[in-house]
Design a protein around this ligand. Structure first.
Ligand code: FES
Ligand code: FES
Length: 159
């Protein structure tokens, strides 16, 4: 067991976790943040993606103890409030890039990390970042186009 201190969606928290607990299990079971999905649990599907120190990580392969001292962003922290969507969420809505929604948290967080790092990515860069997230419903094209739309809207809104 180990004491960890971390910041989740802007809020500081301290927990005692087992040495082998994954970050995904910690977020879901200890923090109640069940928007972090578990699909394959072996690092393949990307459904469990969260942002750690500005980078997308597979929470099913990342230990909670590794998160000690880190800033974590999950899907629950993406929207500015309960009635508004974040720009990337709104672009997915506009672009019909969501169907069952199982993959969507991971898709959105990967896309957010990309756009935070590179607000104006070209299509190859978007495909390169998003290729590790699997969707079994929506054609990937809508997802790529939604990320492009979010980037365009960013560019329009940036003075
Ligand atoms: Fe983590 Fe699939 S559940 S990559
Ligand atoms: Fe269903 Fe992607 S929307 S898996």
């Amino acid at each position: 067991m180990k004491v960890i201190n971390l910041v989740i969606n802007g809020k500081s928290t301290t927990s005692i976790v087992g040495d082998r607990m994954t970050l995904a299990d910690y977020l879901r079971d200890e923090q109640g943040l069940t928007g972090t999905r578990l699909g394959c649990e072996q690092g393949v599907c990307g459904a469990c993606t969260v942002i750690v120190r500005k980078r997308p990580v597979r929470a099913c392969l990342y230990l909670a103890v590794q998160a000690d001292g880190q800033e974590i962003e999950t899907i629950e922290g993406l929207a500015p409030n309960a009635t508004e969507l974040s720009p990337i969420q709104d672009a997915f809505r506009q672009g019909h890039a969501v169907q069952c929604g199982f993959c969507t948290s991971g898709m959105l967080l990967t896309a957010k990390a990309l756009l935070d790092e590179n607000p104006n990515p070209d299509e190859d860069t978007i495909r390169d970042w998003m290729h590790g997230n699997i969707c079994r419903c929506v054609g990937y094209q809508q997802i790529i186009e939604a990320v492009q739309l979010a980037a365009e809207q960013n560019a329009t809104e940036t003075p």
